[in-house]
Design a protein around this ligand. Structure first.
Ligand code: GLY
Length: 230
């Protein structure tokens, strides 16, 4: 599963690679953007998956950023009451945060991520070469989530942002963000306590996104939310 931004860039190499390993691949593409992370898209993808007769032993692969991961994950969590799911995040935001931890969701008119499920991906594959195709503003979205993790996890990660490591050697920061988040999620998968820390800046951020009609990107809204909280 992918979107109209990422599909043209990366779906063919991923498809060919899977086919070379013996998989039969069907590609489902939906319109890019948070405004499409909604029930109509979710149901259309479920219908696609059912028409292609996927079974529980098949794998749903999310190839894209946070929106693709959220929608594809929610489809995987609910199609036939749950099937296997792999994340291939292509944005910095998805690599440092949303692809890890098993949160999946769509937005409702009443607010963001109000319908969803927890489903841990069987694997998360980050290829940092994908970051080269990101527009600067989309890279900045991911920087906001990475900086959030730096604030939470302490001085070592946070100081790397001051050293310019995010642009020069992003793999180092991505690995540290994933390691920190995986630890939190292992201790509190369903957000009963410690995991709530990962929502730093998000209450204000989600309000900004909703009030902008989802024109304000998630990372930019989180950055504003972090500033408010600071
Ligand atoms: N993005 C916050 C979390 O996964 O809990």
């Amino acid at each position: 599963m992918t979107d109209t931004n990422v599909g043209p860039l990366y779906q063919m190499p991923v498809k060919q690679s899977l086919e070379a390993s013996g998989y039969e691949v069907s590609i489902c593409t939906f319109e890019a953007g948070e405004a499409h992370k909604r029930a109509e898209t979710y149901v259309a993808i479920l219908e696609f998956v059912a028409e292609h007769e996927l079974s529980r032993s098949d794998v749903i692969v999310a190839l894209g950023g946070g929106v693709v991961g959220d929608v594809a994950g929610f489809v995987a969590a609910t199609y036939m009451r749950g099937c296997k799911f792999v994340q291939i995040p292509t944005s910095l935001l998805a690599m440092v945060d949303s692809s890890v931890g098993g949160k999946t969701a769509i937005d409702l008119a009443a607010g963001k991520n109000l319908s969803g499920a927890f489903l841990q991906p069987a694997a998360v594959l980050c290829d940092t070469d994908c970051l080269r195709s990101l527009p600067a503003a989309v890279f900045a979205d991911g920087a906001a989530e990475a900086i959030k993790t730096g604030v939470l996890s302490g001085e070592t990660l946070f100081s790397l942002f001051e050293d310019g490591t995010l642009t020069d050697a992003p793999a180092e920061i991505i690995a540290r963000c994933i390691r920190y988040k995986a630890g939190v999620v292992e201790r509190d998968e369903k957000e009963q306590g410690e995991r709530r820390k990962l929502n730093l800046g998000h209450t204000v951020g989600h309000a900004i996104e909703k009030c902008s009609g989802y024109a304000m990107p998630h990372g930019h809204a989180v950055a504003a939310g972090l500033a408010v909280m600071a």
